[in-house]
Design a protein around this ligand. Structure first.
Ligand code: ADP
Ligand code: ASP
Ligand code: MG
Length: 418
């Protein structure tokens, strides 16, 4: 007997039939003797629909009002799931973000959870009631509704699990675990039994959308046991305890679990990057700072950076990437600073993608990067930028070549399944 937080994503909550199925899965966990809290997403497509309404109302919308609009999708599904659970004879009720409350900072549209008051939840669960909580939403100190950024229900679930000290946080989605790469792109992708927090953090941050990045860092910090698994399973299957999902584990746990691990754990692609090239930037101390300080002040995240060796030591080209959604703002900021920075020309390209290979095995093995470069070269795929971390190598390539590149690398690192 334990305490479990279950999270269901948008595809799992899309419509009456699917929510009824979810209610069945939740009910079985309770029947297995667990105290259960459930975190739900809006129906798939709903958040996109609501975002569009905001943009249509005003392209420069007020993020606080945007939050009021987009948080509504999860209110609908949490009430519906409570109704379905009641229809199955379970005691259940919804707890909206403001009712608990789930306190966040003031950063509308990308708020961070600061605290969850778990007293009411714990009392309700102890009384045998299933607590249904809308993901994605929270409340500022001055009682305005916030949302946690796209994919944020994963983070809500982990935060609730930490707050109620759950034994496990099960993230139910439309695939049955974390794969070596997106199984919708590469049919030969293999499901992983386990991934370390650190690897999952890298994979999420370089584009594997199966878990929101913040949910993984929170799980790592709070020591929450997270499992990723599918809600599209046989109704009569046994409770989730014996379901073959993917466990997110610590380095130490991994050693005992998965002896036959490959050097590379996974490959991720991110098409939401854009490349900026500034030519003939003066080659002197402080020049690069004049480029990146205004971007940092505008909260624009610069990812890959390359500075070429200067021609005759007088000037140099600087190439970097920013999120594609920030490209227009980046261009405007740099144009305004052209005289101060002193560059000659700015060119940009949004038709790029970043491919990353991730694995803790890299720490102890050389040659991971060269395998990547050779495999891509053999297929004539040109590399435009490179960046590395202790457990990751990323390259920037033409967006049209993403799918080919992921497949080629999947094979090169011997990740292909049957
Ligand atoms: P949910 O609505 O349940 O939150 P998401 O769409 O956010 O689901 O995340 C699940 C999707 O993540 C899968 O359908 C899959 O296409 C994608 N995905 C990307 N990379 C991976 C990976 N390495 N393993 C599993 N799924 C992945
Ligand atoms: N509904 C939100 C989104 O689509 C949050 C989530 O599903 O995780 O981003
Ligand atoms: Mg998601």
């Amino acid at each position: 007997m334990g305490r479990i937080v279950m999270k269901f994503g948008g595809t799992s909550m899309a419509g009456t039939e699917r929510i009824r199925r979810v209610a069945g899965i939740v009910k079985r966990q309770q029947e297995a003797g667990h105290e259960v809290a459930v975190v739900v997403s809006a129906m798939s497509g709903e958040t996109d629909r609501l975002v569009t309404f905001c943009r249509e109302a005003n392209p420069l919308y007020d993020p606080a009002e945007y939050d009021v609009v987009v948080a509504s999708g999860e209110q609908v599904t949490s009430g519906l799931l409570a109704l379905h659970l009641q229809a199955l004879g379970c005691k259940a009720r919804s707890w909206l973000g403001w009712q608990l409350p789930i306190r966040t900072d003031e950063a509308h549209a990308k708020a961070r959870i600061e605290e969850i008051d778990s007293a009411a939840l714990l009392a309700s669960m102890a009384a045998g009631e299933i607590a249904v909580i809308p993901g994605f939403q929270g409340l500022t100190a001055d009682n305005r509704v916030t949302t946690l950024g796209r994919g944020g229900s994963d983070t809500s679930a982990v935060a609730v699990a930490a707050a109620v000290k759950a034994d496990r946080c099960d993230i139910y989605t439309d695939v049955d675990g974390v794969y070596t790469t997106d199984p919708r792109i590469v049919a030969k992708a293999r499901k992983l039994k386990s991934v370390t927090y650190e690897e999952m953090l890298e994979l999420a941050s370089v584009g594997s959308k199966v878990l929101q990045t913040r949910s993984v860092s929170l799980a790592m910090k709070e020591n929450v046991r997270v499992q990723v698994l599918s809600s599209f399973i046989d109704e009569s299957a046994p409770p989730a305890d014996s379901l073959p999902g993917t466990m997110i584990v610590s380095d130490e746990e991994l050693e005992g679990l998965d002896m036959e691990r490959q050097l590379i754990t996974g490959i991720a692609a991110d098409k939401n990057e854009a490349k900026v090239i500034l030519t003939r930037v003066p080659d002197r101390p402080g020049a690069v700072a004049t480029i990146f300080s205004p971007l940092a002040e505008a909260n624009i995240n610069v990812d890959m950076i390359i500075q070429n060796v200067g021609r005759e030591h007088t000037d140099t080209d600087v190439t970097f990437t920013v999120p594609a959604s920030d490209l227009d703002r980046t261009k405007a900021l740099l144009d305004a600073q052209q005289a101060t920075i002193g560059f000659e020309k700015m060119t940009t390209d949004a038709k790029v993608a970043k491919i990353s290979v991730v694995g803790v095995g890299m720490r102890s093995h050389a040659g991971v990067a060269s395998t990547m470069f050779k495999a891509l070269a053999d297929r004539g795929i040109n590399i435009q930028a490179i960046s590395t971390s202790e457990i990751k190598v990323s390259v920037l390539i033409d967006a049209d070549e993403v799918e080919l590149a992921v497949r080629v690398l999947h094979t090169a690192y011997e990740l292909d399944g049957a």
